[in-house]
Design a protein around this ligand. Structure first.
Ligand code: PBG
Length: 326
């Protein structure tokens, strides 16, 4: 009988030993909470495909932001749902529009205790639901959209956003937004670029969350799930255009891309665990098929292990509370 010399199990024997050698840890500051605020709501409105997530009223949004600040989360990412939409998404530029006024209100509430981030995209504001404006033929017009994104970036920074997050996947979006921010005196407003954002069926529940009007799909601007090296190319472009942080989205099904981007770039890299990832965990847990808390923490750990500096997750507040409890 010969005994094995190498015994990795030695370091797995007790919880304290496992804690000692853990390569990846979770901390509340690793989590960014995405929130939806809907114009004209009297009560928070549950999102049926995302149990536990609501469309906020302007008041309940402030409570969520306060809680996020108390928990020491990494940030809060705002999505606005306007009462009225049009072809150009004009409510996105109005300082009194739902998103801009909510940025201002949240900023007023949390000050510098919690970074306030805003989704910079037209899809919540257009009546056709696309992330940009359309040509006469109905295609998404890249360069006409850039002009609006530039103004949106300035409007959001003016409202008080610490970080603007362009998510529309238009070519050149980071460069025009950076230029516009600088020209308007917002040199300190940072850009978190949704760099490798894939056209994904995992965004399904988000469509309900923002009452999306989209017919068709976003495959002419978001990336194809088949492509890995293109994720790096998009990340390189965004860095060259002045992005302060990069993002890979979705997270769990794209950990290879996340790993590539994290390895190759010297800026913080976020990963967005999207609505469908959330919904799948919740549905399985509600059926008693998986241990909810264990799966949530395992998923978040895996995303961090793959290289994410931080994770946008609808579980942010709850996971932070669990970590606090220990
Ligand atoms: C676009 C945007 C989307 C999401 C975040 N920003 C939707 C899309 O690209 O179709 C999806 C987030 C999620 O599914 O949780 N503004």
């Amino acid at each position: 009988m010969t005994f094995p010399a190498d015994r990795p199990r030695r370091l797995r024997r007790t919880p304290a030993l496992r804690r000692l050698v853990a390569e990846t840890r979770l901390h509340p500051a690793d989590f960014i909470l995405p929130v939806f605020v809907r114009e004209g709501l009297d009560e928070p409105m549950p999102i049926s495909s995302m149990p536990g997530v609501v469309q906020h009223t302007e008041q309940s949004l402030l409570e969520a932001a306060e809680e996020a600040a108390d928990l020491g989360l990494g940030g809060i990412m705002l999505f606005g749902i306007p009462a009225v939409r049009d072809a150009e998404g004009s409510a996105s530029l109005d300082p009194q529009g739902i998103l801009n006024r909510s940025i201002a209100a949240v900023k007023q509430q949390v000050g510098d205790r919690l970074p306030v981030m805003s989704d910079l995209c037209l899809d919540e504001f257009t009546d056709h639901g696309h992330c940009g404006v359309l040509t006469a033929e109905g295609a998404v017009d890249n360069d006409a959209t850039l002009e609006i994104y530039a103004c949106m970036g300035v409007a959001q920074a003016e409202a008080g956003a610490d970080v603007v997050a362009p998510s529309g996947m238009m070519d050149g979006q980071v460069a025009v937004i950076r230029q516009a921010l600088d020209d308007a005196g917002h040199q300190d407003a940072a850009i978190l670029a949704y760099s490798a954002k894939y056209a994904s069926a995992y965004y399904g529940p988000f469509r309900e969350a923002v009452d999306s009007q989209l017919q068709g799909d976003r495959r002419s601007y978001q990336m194809d799930a088949a492509n890995r090296s293109e994720g790096l190319r998009e990340a390189d472009l965004d860095l060259a255009e002045g992005a302060d942080m990069l993002m890979v989205k979705p997270a769990t099904a794209y950990l290879d891309v996340l790993s590539d981007v994290a390895e190759a770039s010297d800026v913080p890299v976020s990963a967005y665990q999207v609505s469908g990832e959330y919904a799948m965990i919740e549905a399985a847990a509600a059926n008693g098929w998986v241990d909810r808390r264990a799966v949530v923490l395992e998923a978040l750990t895996s995303i961090r292990r793959a290289g994410a500096t931080n994770v946008l997750t609808y579980h942010a507040a709850e996971a932070a509370r669990w970590l606090r409890e220990g």
